[in-house]
Design a protein around this ligand. Structure first.
Ligand code: SF4
Length: 334
Protein backbone atom coordinates (compact mmCIF):
# COMPACT_ATOMS: atom_id res chain seq x y z
CA UNK A 1 0.00 0.00 0.00
CA UNK A 2 1.21 3.47 -0.86
CA UNK A 3 -0.07 6.71 0.67
CA UNK A 4 -0.49 8.30 -2.76
CA UNK A 5 -2.42 5.46 -4.34
CA UNK A 6 -6.11 6.11 -4.88
CA UNK A 7 -8.59 4.18 -2.79
CA UNK A 8 -9.97 2.49 -5.92
CA UNK A 9 -8.38 2.60 -9.35
CA UNK A 10 -9.74 0.93 -12.46
CA UNK A 11 -6.86 0.45 -14.84
CA UNK A 12 -7.75 -0.23 -18.48
CA UNK A 13 -10.60 -2.52 -17.47
CA UNK A 14 -12.77 -4.27 -20.01
CA UNK A 15 -15.69 -6.61 -19.50
CA UNK A 16 -16.86 -8.98 -22.23
CA UNK A 17 -19.91 -11.16 -21.64
CA UNK A 18 -20.49 -14.42 -23.48
CA UNK A 19 -24.14 -14.54 -24.51
CA UNK A 20 -26.32 -16.47 -26.95
CA UNK A 21 -26.00 -13.49 -29.29
CA UNK A 22 -22.22 -13.72 -29.13
CA UNK A 23 -19.62 -11.76 -27.22
CA UNK A 24 -20.90 -8.51 -25.73
CA UNK A 25 -18.17 -5.98 -24.95
CA UNK A 26 -20.01 -4.16 -22.16
CA UNK A 27 -16.98 -2.10 -21.07
CA UNK A 28 -13.84 -1.38 -23.05
CA UNK A 29 -10.57 0.01 -21.74
CA UNK A 30 -11.88 2.21 -18.93
CA UNK A 31 -9.53 3.84 -16.41
CA UNK A 32 -10.94 5.76 -13.46
CA UNK A 33 -9.94 6.62 -9.88
CA UNK A 34 -11.85 7.54 -6.77
CA UNK A 35 -10.88 8.34 -3.20
CA UNK A 36 -12.64 8.51 0.15
CA UNK A 37 -14.79 11.64 0.22
CA UNK A 38 -14.77 11.96 -3.59
CA UNK A 39 -17.80 11.65 -5.76
CA UNK A 40 -17.53 10.21 -9.24
CA UNK A 41 -20.71 10.19 -11.30
CA UNK A 42 -21.01 7.65 -14.10
CA UNK A 43 -23.63 8.79 -16.58
CA UNK A 44 -24.96 7.58 -19.90
CA UNK A 45 -27.86 5.82 -21.50
CA UNK A 46 -28.95 2.30 -20.68
CA UNK A 47 -26.34 -0.17 -21.94
CA UNK A 48 -23.45 2.29 -21.83
CA UNK A 49 -21.55 0.14 -19.32
CA UNK A 50 -21.85 2.31 -16.23
CA UNK A 51 -23.29 -0.43 -13.99
CA UNK A 52 -20.77 -3.00 -15.21
CA UNK A 53 -17.97 -0.52 -14.52
CA UNK A 54 -19.29 0.11 -11.02
CA UNK A 55 -19.68 -3.61 -10.33
CA UNK A 56 -16.03 -4.12 -11.25
CA UNK A 57 -15.03 -1.28 -8.88
CA UNK A 58 -16.97 -2.98 -6.09
CA UNK A 59 -15.40 -6.37 -6.79
CA UNK A 60 -18.73 -7.88 -7.86
CA UNK A 61 -17.54 -8.73 -11.38
CA UNK A 62 -13.90 -9.42 -12.25
CA UNK A 63 -12.77 -7.58 -15.37
CA UNK A 64 -12.01 -9.60 -18.50
CA UNK A 65 -8.96 -7.39 -18.96
CA UNK A 66 -7.22 -4.76 -16.85
CA UNK A 67 -6.99 -4.49 -13.09
CA UNK A 68 -8.94 -3.07 -10.18
CA UNK A 69 -6.68 -1.72 -7.45
CA UNK A 70 -7.48 -1.02 -3.82
CA UNK A 71 -4.95 1.32 -2.19
CA UNK A 72 -2.57 0.57 -5.03
CA UNK A 73 -2.88 -3.22 -4.90
CA UNK A 74 -4.55 -5.51 -7.40
CA UNK A 75 -7.68 -6.81 -5.65
CA UNK A 76 -7.10 -10.30 -7.03
CA UNK A 77 -3.78 -10.43 -5.18
CA UNK A 78 -4.83 -9.16 -1.75
CA UNK A 79 -4.04 -11.22 1.31
CA UNK A 80 -6.99 -12.15 3.50
CA UNK A 81 -6.63 -9.13 5.83
CA UNK A 82 -6.42 -6.65 2.94
CA UNK A 83 -9.29 -8.40 1.16
CA UNK A 84 -11.43 -8.07 4.29
CA UNK A 85 -10.51 -4.39 4.47
CA UNK A 86 -11.52 -3.95 0.81
CA UNK A 87 -14.83 -5.75 1.38
CA UNK A 88 -15.62 -3.47 4.31
CA UNK A 89 -14.36 -0.31 2.64
CA UNK A 90 -16.38 -0.59 -0.56
CA UNK A 91 -20.13 -1.12 -0.32
CA UNK A 92 -22.77 -1.37 -3.06
CA UNK A 93 -26.28 0.07 -2.97
CA UNK A 94 -28.59 -1.41 -5.59
CA UNK A 95 -31.21 0.32 -7.67
CA UNK A 96 -34.15 -1.66 -6.30
CA UNK A 97 -34.26 -1.58 -2.50
CA UNK A 98 -37.09 -4.09 -2.42
CA UNK A 99 -35.08 -6.68 -4.30
CA UNK A 100 -31.89 -6.01 -2.34
CA UNK A 101 -33.48 -6.45 1.10
CA UNK A 102 -34.39 -9.89 2.41
CA UNK A 103 -38.22 -9.84 2.67
CA UNK A 104 -38.26 -12.14 5.69
CA UNK A 105 -35.64 -10.17 7.61
CA UNK A 106 -36.61 -7.23 9.81
CA UNK A 107 -34.71 -3.96 9.54
CA UNK A 108 -32.94 -4.90 12.75
CA UNK A 109 -31.96 -8.30 11.31
CA UNK A 110 -30.71 -6.65 8.10
CA UNK A 111 -28.52 -4.18 9.94
CA UNK A 112 -27.40 -6.51 12.75
CA UNK A 113 -26.13 -9.25 10.40
CA UNK A 114 -22.99 -7.43 9.13
CA UNK A 115 -22.36 -5.91 12.57
CA UNK A 116 -22.36 -9.32 14.23
CA UNK A 117 -20.49 -11.04 11.37
CA UNK A 118 -17.61 -8.57 11.52
CA UNK A 119 -17.51 -8.45 15.31
CA UNK A 120 -18.62 -4.82 15.57
CA UNK A 121 -21.43 -5.76 17.96
CA UNK A 122 -20.92 -8.46 20.61
CA UNK A 123 -24.52 -8.99 21.61
CA UNK A 124 -28.09 -8.06 20.69
CA UNK A 125 -28.11 -4.98 22.91
CA UNK A 126 -25.06 -3.56 21.16
CA UNK A 127 -26.37 -4.54 17.73
CA UNK A 128 -29.72 -2.85 18.45
CA UNK A 129 -28.04 0.37 19.58
CA UNK A 130 -25.74 0.46 16.56
CA UNK A 131 -28.57 -0.39 14.16
CA UNK A 132 -30.61 2.45 15.67
CA UNK A 133 -27.69 4.84 15.23
CA UNK A 134 -27.41 3.78 11.57
CA UNK A 135 -31.08 4.52 10.98
CA UNK A 136 -30.65 7.94 12.55
CA UNK A 137 -27.71 8.57 10.22
CA UNK A 138 -30.03 8.07 7.24
CA UNK A 139 -32.86 10.11 8.80
CA UNK A 140 -35.14 7.13 9.46
CA UNK A 141 -36.53 8.07 12.84
CA UNK A 142 -37.68 7.22 15.42
CA UNK A 143 -35.33 4.29 14.91
CA UNK A 144 -37.07 2.04 17.46
CA UNK A 145 -40.22 2.24 15.37
CA UNK A 146 -38.47 1.09 12.18
CA UNK A 147 -36.13 -1.60 13.53
CA UNK A 148 -38.86 -4.27 13.96
CA UNK A 149 -40.41 -3.59 10.53
CA UNK A 150 -40.11 -5.75 7.42
CA UNK A 151 -39.46 -4.41 3.91
CA UNK A 152 -43.11 -4.75 2.81
CA UNK A 153 -44.17 -2.53 5.72
CA UNK A 154 -42.14 0.44 4.43
CA UNK A 155 -42.25 2.81 1.47
CA UNK A 156 -39.68 2.67 -1.34
CA UNK A 157 -37.83 5.66 0.09
CA UNK A 158 -37.71 4.11 3.56
CA UNK A 159 -36.44 0.82 2.14
CA UNK A 160 -33.70 2.63 0.22
CA UNK A 161 -32.66 4.42 3.41
CA UNK A 162 -32.38 1.01 5.11
CA UNK A 163 -30.21 -0.18 2.20
CA UNK A 164 -27.99 2.88 2.64
CA UNK A 165 -27.86 2.30 6.43
CA UNK A 166 -26.75 -1.29 5.79
CA UNK A 167 -24.03 -0.06 3.46
CA UNK A 168 -22.80 2.22 6.25
CA UNK A 169 -22.73 -0.53 8.86
CA UNK A 170 -19.10 -1.48 8.19
CA UNK A 171 -17.89 2.14 8.09
CA UNK A 172 -17.06 2.14 4.38
CA UNK A 173 -14.81 4.59 2.63
CA UNK A 174 -16.68 4.28 -0.66
CA UNK A 175 -20.29 3.57 -1.56
CA UNK A 176 -21.10 2.47 -5.09
CA UNK A 177 -24.69 3.56 -5.67
CA UNK A 178 -26.32 2.13 -8.78
CA UNK A 179 -29.27 4.32 -9.82
CA UNK A 180 -30.02 4.39 -6.10
CA UNK A 181 -32.78 6.97 -6.39
CA UNK A 182 -34.21 6.25 -9.83
CA UNK A 183 -37.08 4.08 -8.56
CA UNK A 184 -38.21 6.65 -6.01
CA UNK A 185 -40.86 9.35 -6.41
CA UNK A 186 -39.32 12.74 -7.10
CA UNK A 187 -40.10 14.23 -3.68
CA UNK A 188 -38.66 11.18 -1.90
CA UNK A 189 -35.68 11.15 -4.25
CA UNK A 190 -34.69 14.64 -3.21
CA UNK A 191 -34.79 13.65 0.46
CA UNK A 192 -32.59 10.59 -0.11
CA UNK A 193 -30.14 12.64 -2.20
CA UNK A 194 -29.91 15.21 0.60
CA UNK A 195 -29.15 12.43 3.06
CA UNK A 196 -26.44 10.98 0.79
CA UNK A 197 -24.93 14.44 0.32
CA UNK A 198 -24.79 14.93 4.08
CA UNK A 199 -23.10 11.53 4.54
CA UNK A 200 -20.42 12.59 2.08
CA UNK A 201 -19.40 15.52 4.19
CA UNK A 202 -20.07 14.14 7.67
CA UNK A 203 -18.48 10.73 7.23
CA UNK A 204 -16.05 11.51 4.38
CA UNK A 205 -17.57 8.65 2.43
CA UNK A 206 -16.75 8.62 -1.27
CA UNK A 207 -19.36 7.75 -3.88
CA UNK A 208 -19.37 6.18 -7.29
CA UNK A 209 -22.80 7.41 -8.27
CA UNK A 210 -24.41 5.86 -11.31
CA UNK A 211 -27.25 7.68 -12.98
CA UNK A 212 -28.79 8.13 -16.41
CA UNK A 213 -30.08 11.52 -15.24
CA UNK A 214 -27.70 14.45 -15.67
CA UNK A 215 -29.90 16.65 -13.50
CA UNK A 216 -29.25 14.29 -10.59
CA UNK A 217 -25.55 14.10 -11.43
CA UNK A 218 -25.43 17.89 -11.40
CA UNK A 219 -27.13 17.98 -7.99
CA UNK A 220 -25.22 15.19 -6.30
CA UNK A 221 -21.92 15.36 -8.13
CA UNK A 222 -21.03 18.99 -7.52
CA UNK A 223 -17.46 19.17 -6.28
CA UNK A 224 -16.58 15.84 -7.87
CA UNK A 225 -15.94 14.39 -11.30
CA UNK A 226 -18.18 12.98 -13.96
CA UNK A 227 -17.46 10.27 -16.52
CA UNK A 228 -19.83 10.20 -19.48
CA UNK A 229 -20.02 6.72 -20.99
CA UNK A 230 -21.21 5.62 -24.41
CA UNK A 231 -21.28 2.02 -25.64
CA UNK A 232 -18.80 0.82 -23.04
CA UNK A 233 -16.26 3.63 -23.15
CA UNK A 234 -15.71 6.91 -21.36
CA UNK A 235 -16.16 9.68 -23.94
CA UNK A 236 -15.86 12.69 -21.64
CA UNK A 237 -14.41 13.14 -18.16
CA UNK A 238 -13.90 16.13 -15.91
CA UNK A 239 -15.18 18.16 -12.96
CA UNK A 240 -18.96 17.75 -12.90
CA UNK A 241 -19.78 21.46 -12.83
CA UNK A 242 -17.42 22.20 -15.75
CA UNK A 243 -18.65 19.34 -17.92
CA UNK A 244 -22.29 20.25 -17.38
CA UNK A 245 -21.73 23.98 -17.90
CA UNK A 246 -19.54 23.49 -20.94
CA UNK A 247 -19.88 20.01 -22.49
CA UNK A 248 -17.41 19.22 -25.25
CA UNK A 249 -18.30 15.81 -26.64
CA UNK A 250 -21.33 15.76 -28.98
CA UNK A 251 -22.82 12.92 -26.95
CA UNK A 252 -22.56 14.86 -23.67
CA UNK A 253 -24.26 17.78 -25.41
CA UNK A 254 -27.05 15.47 -26.51
CA UNK A 255 -27.53 14.14 -22.97
CA UNK A 256 -27.73 17.69 -21.64
CA UNK A 257 -30.19 18.71 -24.32
CA UNK A 258 -32.46 15.92 -23.07
CA UNK A 259 -32.54 17.18 -19.47
CA UNK A 260 -36.10 18.49 -19.19
CA UNK A 261 -35.75 21.12 -16.53
CA UNK A 262 -32.89 23.11 -17.97
CA UNK A 263 -34.21 26.48 -19.04
CA UNK A 264 -35.05 26.85 -22.77
CA UNK A 265 -32.06 29.09 -23.53
CA UNK A 266 -29.68 26.55 -22.05
CA UNK A 267 -31.42 23.75 -23.93
CA UNK A 268 -31.02 25.60 -27.20
CA UNK A 269 -27.37 26.25 -26.40
CA UNK A 270 -26.85 22.54 -25.80
CA UNK A 271 -29.00 21.28 -28.66
CA UNK A 272 -26.50 19.53 -30.88
CA UNK A 273 -28.81 18.00 -33.47
CA UNK A 274 -27.91 14.40 -32.72
CA UNK A 275 -29.39 11.97 -35.24
CA UNK A 276 -32.39 10.03 -33.97
CA UNK A 277 -31.11 6.69 -35.29
CA UNK A 278 -31.21 3.82 -32.79
CA UNK A 279 -28.30 3.24 -30.45
CA UNK A 280 -26.06 0.62 -32.12
CA UNK A 281 -25.93 -2.86 -30.65
CA UNK A 282 -22.96 -3.80 -28.47
CA UNK A 283 -22.66 -6.97 -30.56
CA UNK A 284 -22.29 -4.96 -33.77
CA UNK A 285 -20.39 -1.82 -32.87
CA UNK A 286 -19.82 0.79 -35.59
CA UNK A 287 -16.29 1.12 -36.88
CA UNK A 288 -14.15 4.05 -35.75
CA UNK A 289 -15.93 6.29 -33.28
CA UNK A 290 -18.95 4.32 -32.11
CA UNK A 291 -20.95 7.55 -31.91
CA UNK A 292 -20.46 8.40 -35.58
CA UNK A 293 -23.86 7.14 -36.87
CA UNK A 294 -25.56 9.66 -34.56
CA UNK A 295 -23.03 12.45 -34.51
CA UNK A 296 -23.76 15.89 -36.01
CA UNK A 297 -20.01 16.57 -36.32
CA UNK A 298 -19.33 13.29 -38.14
CA UNK A 299 -16.48 13.60 -40.60
CA UNK A 300 -15.90 10.72 -43.02
CA UNK A 301 -12.37 9.41 -43.18
CA UNK A 302 -11.34 9.41 -39.55
CA UNK A 303 -14.59 9.35 -37.54
CA UNK A 304 -15.65 6.06 -39.17
CA UNK A 305 -12.23 4.41 -39.22
CA UNK A 306 -10.26 5.39 -36.10
CA UNK A 307 -11.67 5.11 -32.59
CA UNK A 308 -10.70 8.27 -30.69
CA UNK A 309 -9.03 7.95 -27.30
CA UNK A 310 -9.51 10.32 -24.40
CA UNK A 311 -7.20 13.31 -24.64
CA UNK A 312 -6.84 16.39 -22.48
CA UNK A 313 -8.69 19.45 -23.73
CA UNK A 314 -8.23 21.46 -20.53
CA UNK A 315 -6.96 20.97 -17.00
CA UNK A 316 -8.68 17.84 -15.72
CA UNK A 317 -10.91 17.67 -18.81
CA UNK A 318 -10.65 14.77 -21.24
CA UNK A 319 -12.70 14.14 -24.37
CA UNK A 320 -12.61 11.28 -26.89
CA UNK A 321 -13.41 13.04 -30.17
CA UNK A 322 -11.27 13.72 -33.25
CA UNK A 323 -12.98 17.01 -34.06
CA UNK A 324 -12.89 18.38 -30.52
CA UNK A 325 -9.20 17.45 -30.16
CA UNK A 326 -8.32 19.11 -33.44
CA UNK A 327 -10.23 22.26 -32.53
CA UNK A 328 -8.41 22.42 -29.18
CA UNK A 329 -5.03 21.77 -30.84
CA UNK A 330 -5.71 24.49 -33.43
CA UNK A 331 -6.61 26.98 -30.68
CA UNK A 332 -3.33 26.13 -28.94
CA UNK A 333 -1.45 26.61 -32.20
CA UNK A 334 -0.26 22.98 -32.29
FE1 SF4 B 1 -18.50 12.77 -33.67
FE2 SF4 B 1 -16.25 12.16 -34.97
FE3 SF4 B 1 -16.16 13.20 -32.54
FE4 SF4 B 1 -17.03 10.73 -32.90
S1 SF4 B 1 -14.95 11.46 -33.31
S2 SF4 B 1 -17.93 12.25 -31.59
S3 SF4 B 1 -18.10 10.93 -34.85
S4 SF4 B 1 -16.93 14.20 -34.38
Amino acid sequence: MTDEAPLIALKNVSQVFDTKRGKVPAVRDVSLEVNAGDVLCLVGESGCGKTTTARMAAGLAPPSEGTVEFNGRDITKLDSAARKDYRKSVQFVHQDPYASLNPIRSVYGTLAAPLRKHGLAKNKKEAWAQAAALLERVDLTPADKFLPKYPHQMSGGQRQRVAVARSLSLQPKLIVADEATSMLDVSIRVGVLRTLTRLRTELNVGFVFITHDLAIARYFGTGGNIAVMYLGRVVEFGPTADVIANPQHPYTKALLAAVPEIDPEQRLAHDSGVSKVDIPSLTDLPTGCTFHPRCPLYRPGDCDTVEPNLSFVDAGREVACHVVSETVDAARGE
